[in-house]
Design a protein around this ligand. Structure first.
Ligand code: NAD
Ligand code: ZN
Length: 539
């Protein structure tokens, strides 16, 4: 931990001031509370400022305090409940260190506030419980960008301990994934590639499989991991980048490379790259010497939130995508947000389509964050902007949690996993008919919008849902319509041959509401054709 500030936010009654003081004691730092600073300067209590000067004046005090504190370091800062909801304040303070959001259930908040003379009047109304609930809901998406700390049933001392532990652990998000072949952790963090192998618990021989784009940029960082000198065996195999190399020929070359290098049964294969590298290296790890240990270090947004979770690996055949493969669970998945800073902007945007899909499937709050915050940017900005990396890390962790829940429920893709295909039936047809000139993520975005239109047409959702989906996709820089150069009839034919079809009727994942999707197997072909015609237009 450097000299960064530690900032606490959260609803009233979550214990920011008490926890902040304890934490400052533990870390040996100075403590400040923004409300106390304002009261000191105004020379009167907050209630009096509101009464005499109005809320707007109070918010000005807050902004001034935020700006001032942004110029200082080494502090633990407890902020008033709404200070960090202001984007300018959040940007100013968030740039100075990690922000923790203390959270509690509405009942806990009511109980705590009832015991506090200063705060009680604020909630002294017969419908206080409802008001707290509504306010929590309104602020949920804004608070969600900060690192959550649960305080229910925990003493302030314990909460301070949790935060100190998170700081000591390098502020990583650790998401355990249960699978039939044992559990593993997905770890999301900033700059964890340099420690990746230690974090994954690898201490024997290692072969890294990467591609010609990612290898030159990131393989050296991975190799710096201290263990490599100890283990004495470390080799890097580089495959050519791109989907068209996701083939058995590449797999054979990699087998050759591993045999030449002499990787034995107790060795570990580490995939360093996007989804293509992960799929190929995973298949190699599943089959080389009848299987060796496997670790994934995804470096594209899509690989982090989608391809690396769930144990599917494989390669393409001339007959179609992903036709040969195996289930192979990794020992760990290490997603370093920092590596995204070298990702081409178009790849970054394409990955956001899968994040949007995850929001639509089960997570309205994730969806809301896509709607409220700015995510369409050049990933190069990440290199210089720690706050942005922290924001992205929290978004990734949330998106990964969605896929984790689905694959835990259905590890071998027999039922529930079908919902992950939302937007993909349309999307695959677009990819195929365009001769794969449309990027997967872009095709998925077009597919998500088409699935929303189809859901509305079948009266499964509100008529306004398609507009909402289009608006969010457009904000992310993603397409919402299929290029009119693609023929709806050809797209329809591609969809009919898709393996998800059942006699004369088509199977689709449909949307009931944001965060609520289901599979319907009896969608009439005529309706699908109509939606395709509606969707193939210039934006
Ligand atoms: N196994 C699964 O469950 C699953 C799920 C979804 C997708 N996939 C597969 O994932 C693949 C798509 O993944 P993708 O979008 O990551 O494609 P990709 O691996 O081809 O990566 C896209 C491009 O970005 C480059 N790249 C990746 N990370 C980089 C970085 N940090 N800096 C610079 N360049 C970087 C790659 O070299 C490549 O040129 C498809 O083959 C798809 O079938 C698998
Ligand atoms: Zn996809």
């Amino acid at each position: 931990m450097t000299n960064e500030n530690v900032i606490l936010t959260g609803f009233m009654g979550t214990g920011k001031t008490t926890v902040g003081r304890l934490l400052a004691g533990r870390l040996g730092r100075a403590f400040v509370d923004t409300d106390e600073m304002i009261v000191g300067r105004a020379g009167k209590p907050i209630a009096a400022i509101f009464r005499d000067d109005g809320e707007a004046r109070f918010r000005e005090w807050e902004a001034a305090v935020a700006e001032e504190l942004a110029g200082r370091r080494g502090l633990v800062i407890a902020t008033g409940g709404r200070l960090m909801l202001d984007p300018d304040n959040a940007a100013a303070l968030g740039a100075t260190g990690p922000v923790f959001c203390l959270a509690a259930a509405p009942e806990t908040i009511l109980t705590r506030v009832a015991g506090d003379d200063a705060k009680r009047p604020l909630l002294d109304a017969p419908d206080a419980a409802r008001r707290v609930q509504t306010l929590l809901q309104q602020r949920a998406a804004a608070y969600a960008r900060f690192r959550p700390v649960m305080t229910d049933g925990r003493a302030p001392q314990e909460v301070a301990g949790d935060i100190a532990a998170a700081l000591a652990g390098g502020l990583r998000d650790v998401l355990p994934v249960r699978s039939p072949d044992g559990s593993y952790n997905v770890i999301v963090g900033d700059g964890l590639l340099a420690e990746a192998l230690t974090l994954a618990g690898v201490n024997g021989p290692v072969a890294v499989i990467t591609d010609s784009e990612v290898g030159p940029r990131h393989a050296a960082t991975l190799q710096k991991a201290a263990f490599s000198e100890k283990s004495g065996f470390y080799t890097v195999l580089t495959m050519p980048a791109g989907e068209r190399h996701k083939t058995l020929d590449t797999v054979r070359d990699l087998y050759d490379g591993l045999l030449d290098a002499g990787l034995e049964r107790q060795g570990t294969i580490v995939a360093l790259g996007g989804g293509v590298v992960g799929d190929v290296a995973g298949f190699v790890a599943a089959t080389y010497l009848r299987g060796v240990a496997f670790v994934l270090c995804p470096t594209s947004l899509l690989a982090m939130v989608d391809a690396s979770i769930g144990g599917k690996t494989g390669v393409d055949m001339p007959q179609g995508k992903n036709l040969v493969g195996a289930f192979k669970q990794p020992r760990a998945v290490l997603a370093d947000v920092g590596t995204l800073a070298t990702l081409p902007a178009a790849e970054f945007t394409a990955g956001l389509a899968e994040v949007a899909k995850h929001g639509l499937i089960t997570d309205p709050l994730l969806w809301q964050r896509l709607m409220m915050e700015e995510w369409h940017y050049d990933p190069r900005e990440l290199a210089a902007d720690q706050l942005r990396r922290a924001d992205l890390q929290s978004l990734l962790a949330r998106a990964i949690a969605v896929k984790r829940a689905v694959v835990e429920e259905d590890p071998y893709e027999r039922g529930r996993r079908a919902v992950l295909n939302l937007g993909h039936t349309f999307g695959h047809a677009v990819e195929q008919v365009s001769g794969y000139s449309v990027r997967h993520g872009d095709a998925v975005a077009m597919g998500l919008a088409a699935a929303a239109r189809l859901s509305a047409r079948l009266e499964e959702c509100s008529p306004s849902l398609p507009r909402l989906v289009e608006m969010v996709l457009a904000r992310l820089g993603l397409p919402t319509h299929i290029p009119p150069t693609l023929d709806p009839v050809a797209l329809f034919a591609a969809m009919r041959t898709d393996k998800k079809k059942e006699a004369g009727r088509l199977r689709f994942v449909l949307i009931r509401d944001i965060g609520d999707v289901f599979v319907r197997g009896d969608v009439a072909e005529g309706v699908v054709m109509e939606i395709l015609r509606e969707s193939c237009v210039d934006q």
